[in-house]
Design a protein around this ligand. Structure first.
Ligand code: AMP
Length: 191
């Protein structure tokens, strides 16, 4: 199954993604992880985007699209995958569709994790204490949420129009949220 998980920073995408990839035995394609890896490896891409990531902005579409395109060509993606943090813009969603249709494939599901903004801010503050991500600093968090709000509406509409969008209530314990996600993906698998 080819799935994209969508939602604001701090919605629990990372936590739920880990569970879902185990449940479905598919690779986890997190663009945030790929970019952080590029930064820590000091690659040319990494050096060019470090500032941007740390200030909460979005990496330019062509950079992300190229990076994801290369990853989708890897053999482990043949049985499906979970995209986490991508697509984030309408241009990325359209480009993903084009890439997939060239392979005769399409996305099966866009899972939106919906969490109130206040809850998201609280979660990100808690995460900062344990994970030490520079972009979890408060002013950056607010900028990342603003960026998300700006980009999310057209993206969600795009997937809603295609009948691919499933919105999941992301509040409550990780177990509760995962039970909701599992119900949706299991139903999709049967259909
Ligand atoms: P994340 O771990 O998904 O919150 O991503 C961390 C940061 O990486 C974001 O704040 C962006 O700067 C960058 N990033 C990750 N995915 C994308 C994407 N699809 N498009 C643009 N920038 C991205």
């Amino acid at each position: 199954m080819r799935i994209a998980i969508l939602g604001p920073p701090g919605a629990g995408k990372g936590t739920q993604s880990k569970r879902l990839i185990e449940h479905l035995s598919i690779p986890h394609l997190s663009t945030g992880d790929m970019l952080r890896q590029a930064v820590s490896d000091g690659t040319a891409v990494g050096r060019s985007i470090e500032q941007l990531i740390n200030s909460g902005g979005l990496v330019p579409d062509p950079v992300i699209i190229e990076m994801v395109g290369q990853r989708l060509d890897q053999p482990d993606c043949q049985r499906g995958y979970l995209l986490d943090g991508f697509p984030r813009t309408l241009a990325q969603a359209k480009s993903l569709d084009e890439t997939l249709s060239e392979k005769g494939e399409s996305l099966d599901l866009a899972l939106e994790l919906h969490v109130d903004e206040e809850a998201v801010i609280q979660r990100l503050q808690a995460r900062r204490k344990t994970e030490d991500r520079p972009d979890d600093e408060m002013s950056t968090v607010l900028e990342r949420l603003r960026t998300f709000r700006r980009q999310a509406a057209p993206l969600l509409e795009y997937y809603r129009d295609r009948g691919l969008l499933e919105t999941i209530d992301g509040s409550g314990s990780p177990d509760d949220v995962f039970a909701r996600i599992k119900a949706v993906t299991d139903k999709k698998k049967r259909s």
